[in-house]
Design a protein around this ligand. Structure first.
Ligand code: ZN
Length: 315
């Protein structure tokens, strides 16, 4: 007789958007659902989504939820719901446990994505990993000796707020010149737009024809051979590489995984990141580090949440 197959559910809540998946014990997605939820009474909605993900074989053992807020894993409370109404997530753990009858784990989304990449994605096989998510904001997470290291108050890995330019722009965090003020998707667009107005030669860029271009458009034009777009991506890569060099020097880490929408520019951004990190990092630290693009895409947090639920009992 074979032991019944164990499955896990991973859910990633981001605003009113939910991605969920049934994941097997190897981290493979068996079935996935995407849906919109209203911001009121989130628990019954998530419980319904989880209830619909029933495996053909075996059972569902536990449920993991990744969300943008800061989570205290000891108390299972959402400490800082960042952008989500507090009543929506306050008692999420207790209520979701009651509503589903499953063991529930809740984790910050960047931490969950890092864990997914660490276990079954680009960081597989490494022991210590730094994960960087470069999108509308820049987040990060640290895994040391196979476990998430969240710091004294849960905020470890906030790489978006390391200072890159002491004379730089004011950041949402109150500091000036944070990495996020130059390299997040919104700030790449801001820099490109400012330069398009300033610099005549750049008006040859196809981006000048599109007043409302996004970071995705910029990456697309760069891949299509637009020199101006490629230059903006390359410079962005150098800023990120500077941040990466700081991480390498601080942690002497074996693997750095870079994910998020900005990395969709592929080698156009990855190569300058690696070059700049090499130029700035302490050589013996740099030589021990692999810098790679994430491989799980938008599934990273869903898979990571499911695997955190799988591994929580062992940890
Ligand atoms: Zn900041």
């Amino acid at each position: 007789m074979t032991t019944p197959r164990k499955n896990f559910i991973g859910i990633n809540v981001s605003g009113t958007k939910v991605r969920a998946a049934l994941v097997d014990d190897q981290g493979r997605i068996i079935e996935r659902v995407e849906s919109e939820i209203s911001s009121e009474n989130i628990v019954p909605q998530l419980a319904t989504i989880a209830g619909d993900l029933r495996p053909a074989l075996g059972t569902v053992v536990a449920l993991g939820v990744a969300l943008p807020g800061l989570v205290n894993r000891q108390t299972d409370r959402v400490v800082d719901p960042r952008g989500m109404p507090a009543p929506m997530v306050e008692n999420l753990h207790a209520e979701l446990t009651r509503a589903t009858g499953l063991r529930v784990e809740i984790e910050n989304d960047a931490n969950a994505a890092a864990y997914g990449e660490f276990k079954v994605g680009a960081g597989r096989g490494s022991r210590n990993l730094f994960y960087m998510m470069i999108g509308d904001g820049i987040g990060g997470a640290i895994i040391l000796d196979g476990k998430l290291w969240t710091g004294a108050s849960g905020f470890a890995g906030e790489v978006g707020h390391i200072t890159i330019d002491t004379e730089g722009l004011e950041c949402v965090c109150g500091n000036t010149g944070c990495l996020e003020t130059v390299a997040s998707a919104t700030n790449i667009v801001r820099r490109a737009r400012e330069r398009l107005y300033r610099d005549n030669t750049s008006s040859l860029s196809r981006l000048a024809l599109n007043k409302n271009f996004t970071a995705d458009d910029l990456a697309h034009e760069a891949r299509e051979g637009d020199d101006f777009a490629a230059m903006m991506i390359e410079r962005t890569g150098r800023y990120i590489g500077t941040g990466v060099a700081n991480v390498i020097n601080l942690l002497n880490i074996d693997c750095i995984v870079l994910g998020g929408g900005v990395m969709d520019a592929g080698s156009l951004i990855l190569n300058p990141i690696i070059q700049e990190a090499k130029r700035r990092a302490f050589q013996p630290c740099f030589d021990a580090t692999q810098i790679v693009a994430a491989t799980l895409g938008t599934d990273a947090a869903v898979i990571g949440a499911a695997l955190l639920a799988r591994d929580a009992e062992q940890n």
